[in-house]
Design a protein. Structure first.
Length: 175
């Protein structure tokens, strides 16, 4: 199992017994604020099964994010195909009490590097609701430029994309 470390965080694929962690994120409408109904445990179990299979096949999927010092679960990252385009999409969801601490930027930066350096992905994209100012700021910090608007899940999203060559030019990664 691949584990990625940052100064404050540990990122790793979810284990088979951790559907409840996913559920703690998808059932909180303060985190998944665009949904009308909280996610269910059955939905979390389905996400987990899909993610575990995807990790085995491609190294992509859902990643649990834990504080390194305390091993406390604080959120999740996603690196998976965007249904609308098939391109690798990066995303994140953090528990309310863990928001506003720079964790999303720190964790997503590490996963972005993993995607380009270890998985040799040619391009990574992100979609963000236009009024989600904190996530808009994270995209800017990560260096993902806005490209266009895109419909996802029946809602308009801002679509950001970064090519491997552009990432390599700014980091020590071969193009």
């Amino acid at each position: 199992m691949t584990t990625l470390l940052t100064e404050r965080l540990q990122l790793r694929p979810y284990k088979a017994t951790e559907a409840a962690l996913i559920h703690s994120i998808i059932s909180d409408l303060r985190v998944i604020f665009w949904r009308k109904e909280p996610g269910t445990l059955a939905e979390a179990e389905k996400i987990l099964a899909t993610s575990m299979k995807r990790h085995e096949e491609s190294g992509m999927g859902f990643w649990g994010v834990f504080e390194r010092e305390t091993a406390t679960f604080i959120g999740q990252l996603i690196l998976q195909p965007l249904p609308e385009t098939g391109e690798p999409e990066i995303g994140y969801h953090f528990k309310v009490e863990s928001q506003g601490k720079g964790y999303a930027t720190e964790a997503a930066r590490k996963l972005l590097d993993h995607g380009f350096s270890d998985l040799s992905l040619p391009r990574i994209v992100a979609v963000v609701l236009p009024d989600n100012e904190p996530s808009q700021a994270v995209m800017k910090k990560l260096g993902l430029p806005y490209v266009k608007d895109l419909m996802k899940g029946g809602m308009l999203h801002n679509y950001f994309a970064l090519d491997r060559a552009d990432y390599a030019a700014r980091h020590q990664v071969s193009a």
